[in-house]
Design a protein. Structure first.
Length: 75
């Protein structure tokens, strides 16, 4: 039930083109591996897309990643 009204869009562009003002995000939580974000290369440039699509009142972007010095057994 928690995701009953969730809208799934194939891309950030598709979401922005159909979003209503009350759906404007306050933050993005990015859980994709570093190979798929943090670049200027198309398809790997999520952070740049956010800046382009939300030039005013840019939502926060939080990237989740394991610490490079930690091991899964230590969690």
């Amino acid at each position: 039930m928690a995701y009953r009204d969730t809208r799934i869009c194939p891309s950030l562009d598709d979401f922005v083109s159909t979003m209503k003002e009350h759906e404007r995000p306050h933050a993005f939580i990015v859980g994709s591996p570093a190979a798929f974000r943090g670049s200027t290369q198309q398809g790997r440039d999520f952070e740049l897309q956010v800046l382009k699509l939300f030039p005013e009142n840019t939502p926060a972007v939080r990237r989740l990643a394991p610490s490079p010095g930690s091991s899964p057994g230590a969690w």
